[in-house]
Design a protein around this ligand. Structure first.
Ligand SMILES: *Cc1c(COP(=O)(O)O)cnc(C)c1O
Length: 391
């Protein structure tokens, strides 16, 4: 169906940070399939591990115990401090699980009409519940009636959340991205203070703090999960994108009371956490550890930010350059979606989100030389665009 405005290119293979089209032309991938291919393309160890699993067992269904799923759950629990995991196949499904979990938690407490606080500019997916939780009218328009039960507040505004706590007695959870991705790479001004504040409001009111780490998780911001920059731990966390390095997998993790809300029959997924997807998750986590890719994400993110800051110094049309590891946003003073095509013509794959923000999500394996090449390709394109579009 006609659901995508696609770029005029088809890729035949990939190696590391490079994608190749049918003519053999190489493109520098600074988007990673939207934060999915953290290991780059065709990582030899990942390919070998996943290929071997395909030869052994792909799927059996959750009617049976799945050893690979249990192993991945243990690993995720260990690196996150969470207690239990539900596996699904995508980010919106992981958030659907979080939303269902919060509602069930509310009903168990006797809250008849439970509501969840969500943020302006948030993105949580495109299923009915998750597009209703999303803070972007364009995502919602035409799909009314929306799912009810969400209260919206501005992002990075603790006071607004406290006001809701005073006003309402049926709130059961907050759903929030630690760094807003689709919304334009927004990082709270004082990330630790904001999330510590949210943690406190949740504790005082018996609410669940639910973090959507679908884009920010799995090493992208320099830690396994972005919440690990804040000194607190959420009750619920959703994952997907980078978790399977391209093999579809999502996960909803929970801790403490939240971990025991679901009982058999309350939620499920046919494919969720099957041997193939779980093995892809295990291999991804192993390689991130072995190759120190969290450390690399932090170092390369800071390197890229410094390079862009230097290159655009004094240019008033570049409003802000910000990054959390390899989630990088360059905000311009004007809409710039046409830069995606210009970059493509220059063999560079980027994204523009929230109309004015150039979004870069390079693979976690990117080397400094490749990062420099990314700068060398992007800076002149942006400078020319700003010149041409200035009066
Ligand atoms: C991409 C994304 C989603 C949706 O994930 P899908 O796999 O496309 O359903 C949800 N939340 C965040 C923060 C995302 O970036």
């Amino acid at each position: 169906m006609n659901t995508y405005g696609r770029q005029p290119v088809t890729f035949e293979k990939g190696v590391g940070v490079w994608l190749y089209d049918a003519h053999g032309d190489a493109y520098l991938d600074a988007l990673s399939g939207v934060a999915v291919n953290g290991l780059g393309h065709a990582h030899p160890k990942f390919v070998a591990t996943v290929s071997a699993q395909i030869g052994r067992l792909i799927h059996v269904s959750n009617i049976y115990h799945i050893a690979e799923q249990a192993r991945l759950a243990d690993k995720l629990a260990e690196i996150s401090g969470m207690d239990k995991v539900f596996f699904c196949n995508s980010g919106c499904e992981a958030n659907e699980a979080s939303i269902k979990l919060a509602r069930l938690y509310g009903h168990h407490k006797g809250v008849e009409n439970p509501e969840i606080i969500v943020m302006e500019r948030a993105f949580h997916g495109r299923t009915m519940a998750t597009l209703s939780a999303t803070g972007n009218r364009k995502t919602q328009a035409g799909f009314e009636p929306l799912v009810s039960g969400f209260v919206r507040v501005p992002y990075d505004d603790l006071e607004a959340v406290k006001q809701v706590a005073k006003r309402k007695n049926n709130v059961v959870a907050i759903l929030v991205e630690p760094v807003q991705g689709e919304g334009g790479i927004h990082i709270p001004a004082d990330m630790a203070a904001y999330f510590q504040g949210l943690r406190q409001v949740c504790d005082e009111n018996g609410w669940l703090l639910m973090m959507d780490e679908v884009q920010s998780g799995i090493g992208r911001t320099g830690t396994w999960f972005a919440f690990q920059h804040t000194g607190i731990i959420p009750d619920v966390m959703s994952l997907a994108k980078g978790l399977g390095s391209g093999v579809p997998i999502g996960a909803c993790l929970a801790k403490g009371v939240a971990a025991d809300v679901f009982t058999p029959g309350k939620h499920g997924s046919t494919f969720g956490g099957n041997p193939l997807a779980a093995t892809a998750g295990i291999s991804t986590l192993d390689i991130i550890t072995e190759e120190k890719l969290r450390e690399n994400a932090e170092a390369m993110g800071n390197f890229l930010n410094a390079q862009f800051t230097e290159a655009f110094k004094g240019n008033k049309a570049v409003v802000n350059i910000r990054n959390a590891g390899l989630m990088i946003g360059i905000e311009l003073d004007r809409p710039c979606s046409e830069l995606v095509k210009t970059a493509l013509a220059n063999k560079l794959l980027i994204n523009v989100t929230a109309e004015k923000v150039i979004r870069l999500l390079p693979p976690l394996i990117i080397s400094q030389q490749e990062a420099q090449e990314l700068v060398n390709r992007l800076v002149p394109i942006v400078k020319t665009f700003l010149d041409v579009t200035s009066k």
